[in-house]
Ligand binder design. Structure first.
Ligand code: ACM
Length: 520
């Protein structure tokens, strides 16, 4: 049996093999065609030109079918591989997207390269696989605000998420150090807010003297969303409000509390420059969200809400007057007031708000707000008790900007220590409701991850382990068994050119913060 990650519920080997090669055609109709084209592209990398044909075509040796749900799950699927034919079926296009990725893991690792190596067409062992995910939200987050990452890398990251049967990619698009999304109504956000003049070097307090920036045009974002949708992955955009906005205030200082000019932040940490609690700031945020809602069709919009210092509001007579006029107990509740108004706007357009767990403090948010528990699982349990659905993303185990080993030779990290063993052994606490535990998510904050290679180095193999936490039922899951499967899984990541951290220690070249290999 191949070393699946995540582990499917059932994999029964059967006699014989199925050869993928000349004469392979992929049969699919309607909604099933989306996953069929992804499989087509996977096989094209292996040198197999398998046309997509109608499901009833007798030439179809691989058939994808939307049929009855498997294991009562929208994403449940069955994969039946016999010597002459492979059938992938499930209750939805999403189910077939997951089945295709499991099929991809049945192929020999070399078949995951983007051009054929060797002459033999890939063969897979016959089997029956039946599978369904544990959690509905299996997420991965990437901070593209601290470091602009090229579109090509985002597409690659989405594909790596898909390989692990993750279904949410959360993009942290805005922060003090950079604004990364084109907003036509507010061009200075990108003209000014997407560039900082230079960046602090490590923890030296010196600066690199090199401008850093970039942003995604709306067509870039549509491409990212469409590429993810082909893989049945939802992209969740995050616009961090009302704090983490120094890049906004660099562009539009009148939206702040002091009116004083500020620069796009060149250092890490938390800026005290936050939005003023005014109708102008709300109107601005609504404009931004209107563009976001137009470009990101998914059900969720993340409004941030983390780490918003009240310093300026406490010092501002206007903010104090506003809090009094609104009948708030103190300026501390201005964040809740601000985000509740945006919640009305977002839900009025049929979407759901997500926020970091601070949104449940100081006045809180309506119960339909999804809470991402980052300060610790206990914040998630508290939020579930208050009726919120929760995504567990605690920094002690899901912040992959932490060191992954306590030994020498690791590249500089923000701090912490989270080993792949820690992630493999993690059981997210479920709490007692009434809010639900939607799922789990791995975070990639990029202060100390300047390149795509650096992101891959911290993401893998910890994200592979988290994918199993997210997907595989706890009674089926075994951390030691996952760790035994990892070396074989890393052969897939080798074929894909992923700059993962080897299990036996860091690559020498990693010490300088660059990759073992650099592939676009
Ligand atoms: C966070 O790490 N500030 C969500």
């Amino acid at each position: 049996m191949p070393a699946h990650i995540p582990l499917p519920l059932v994999h029964e080997p059967r006699p014989g093999t199925f050869a993928v090669g000349d004469g392979t055609s992929i049969g699919a109709d309607g909604d099933a065609r989306r996953a069929a084209w992804v499989l087509h592209d996977v096989l094209a990398g292996a040198g197999v030109r398998a046309p997509v044909v109608p499901a009833a075509d007798p030439a179809a040796t691989i058939v994808l079918r939307v049929a009855a749900p498997v294991r009562d799950s929208a994403e449940g699927y069955r994969l039946t591989v016999t010597p002459g034919r492979a059938v992938l079926e499930g209750g939805s296009a999403e189910a077939l997207a997951r089945a295709v990725q499991t099929f991809r893991q049945l192929l020999p690792p070399a078949a995951l390269r983007r051009a054929p190596v060797g002459d033999a067409p890939p063969e897979i062992g016959c089997c029956v696989i039946e599978d369904a995910p544990r959690f509905a939200w299996r997420g991965v987050h990437l901070d593209v605000a601290r470091r602009f990452m090229p579109v090509a890398f985002l597409l690659r990251f989405i594909d790596l998420a898909a390989l692990h049967r993750l279904n949410v990619v959360h993009l942290h698009l805005t922060d003090d150090q950079g604004w990364r999304i084109e907003i036509p109504a507010h061009p200075r956000l990108t003209d000014v807010g997407s560039w900082r003049t230079e960046t602090v070097v490590g923890r030296t307090g010196t600066f690199d003297g090199t401008p850093h920036g970039g942003f995604y045009t709306l067509d870039d974002l549509r491409e990212i969303v469409a590429y993810a949708a082909q893989r049945s992955i939802t992209v969740v955009p995050e616009i961090d409000l009302p704090g983490h906005v120094q890049s906004v205030l660099a562009a539009y200082p009148e939206l702040g509390n002091t009116g004083q000019p500020v620069e796009v932040r060149r250092t890490w940490g938390i800026s005290t420059n936050v939005l003023a609690p005014t109708e102008e700031a709300l109107a601005f945020a609504r404009d931004v969200l209107d563009t976001v809602l137009d470009v990101f069709p998914g059900p969720w919009v993340h409004l941030g809400g983390d780490e918003c210092p009240r310093t300026e509001w406490r010092e501002s007579p206007a903010a104090a007057a506003r809090a009094a006029e609104l009948g708030l107990a103190s300026v501390d509740e201005l964040q809740s007031w601000f985000l509740r108004r945006l919640h009305e706007h977002v839900t009025g357009r049929g979407r759901r708000v997500v926020g970091w767990d601070e949104v449940a403090d100081d006045g809180g948010m309506p119960a339909d707000t999804v809470v991402m528990a980052w300060r610790g699982s206990e914040h998630g349990i508290k939020a579930m008790a208050a009726g919120h659905d929760v995504v567990m993303s605690p920094e002690d185990v899901t912040y992959f900007d932490h060191y992954q080993d306590g030994g020498d030779g690791e590249p500089l990290a923000i701090g912490g220590l989270t080993t792949v063993e820690d992630v493999a052994a993690w059981e997210p606490p479920s709490g007692g409701g009434p809010g639900r535990l939607l799922g789990v998510q791995g975070q990639h904050w990029t202060e100390y991850l300047p390149t795509p290679a650096a992101v891959e180095y911290v993401a893998f193999p910890r994200l592979s382990a988290l994918a199993e936490v997210a997907w595989t039922a706890p009674e089926r899951r075994d951390a030691a068994d996952l760790l035994r499967r990892l070396p074989a899984h890393l052969r897939r990541l080798d074929a894909l050119g992923v700059n993962y951290r080897p299990l036996d220690g860091p690559r020498p070249a990693q010490r300088g913060g660059t990759g073992r290999r650099q592939r676009a």
